[in-house]
Design a protein around this ligand. Structure first.
Ligand SMILES: [Zn+2]
Length: 236
């Protein structure tokens, strides 16, 4: 959106020229403010399977709906190739998430390389079956367990919400009840309400967009990504 020339009443050519030049400058600077640089967020799904590499946990990613949430912050999600974590106990949530994080580092699944969010797909988290999620606050790992055999629209909404919500924790977002910048009765990605509304058009509020844009996980074209290596910091 820029300044609308059509709303101006110009009484002479001289006046028009005098007005036109400053307006062009104003329009250019307005565009810079209103169109932030597109950022990229790498998401690497890690699908947990049995010890022998069979019976994978559900891997519905609801990409379009999760992408629509973060597009509100001019962030484009880049889905990396899926990786696999073959361990029945991990898949079934019978070991705690701290142990899973350590085991994943030892297996080279995460903990180094390009900044990215590792999205671990399991059947249960800390012994509790899905649909549910758990994300590190400003960390690089989140878990999502889908609803078993989910097919109804409410389950799909909840799954999509869980994915976007846990990624939000990784990006630094906190629940609206703990966030003085956002009313806690707003249906946003970190708030209350119907799941379909929590991942709807206004699922990121202005202050949440600012938080997301400040996340160190965002990548920009101007960055030399290949030289950026760092370890994960795990935060409960
Ligand atoms: Zn949460």
């Amino acid at each position: 959106m820029g300044v609308k020339m059509s709303s101006l009443v110009v009484s002479s050519c001289v006046l028009f020229l005098v007005l036109l030049l400053p307006l062009q400058v104003a329009q250019a600077s307005a565009n810079i403010v209103e169109e932030p640089e597109l950022a990229y967020l790498l998401i690497e799904p890690v699908i947990c399977r049995s010890d022998s590499g069979t019976n994978a946990a559900m891997s519905r990613l609801h990409r379009d709906r999760v992408e629509a949430v973060y597009a509100q912050a001019d962030v484009e999600l880049v889905w990396l190739a899926e990786r696999y974590f073959d361990c029945s106990a991990v898949r079934d949530g019978s070991v705690d998430v701290d142990s899973i994080v350590i085991e994943g580092i030892e297996r080279g699944l995460w903990g180094s390389g390009v900044p990215r969010i590792s999205l671990i797909l399991v059947n249960a988290i800390n012994g509790v079956p899905g649909p549910r999620g758990l994300g590190m606050q400003s960390g690089s790992i989140c878990f999502v367990a889908a609803a078993e055999g989910a097919s109804g629209s409410e389950n799909r909404d909840q799954e999509a919400f869980a994915l976007a919500h846990e990624i939000g924790h990784c990006l630094g977002l906190i629940h609206t009840v703990d966030d003085p910048e956002v009313a806690d009765d707003i249906s946003c990605i970190m708030g209350a309400g119907e799941f379909s509304e929590r991942i709807g058009e206004n699922s990121l509020q202005p202050s949440q967009i600012t938080t997301v844009r400040n996340s160190p996980f965002l990548l920009f074209k101007s960055m030399n990504v290949s030289s950026t290596n760092r370890l994960d910091s795990y935060i409960n």
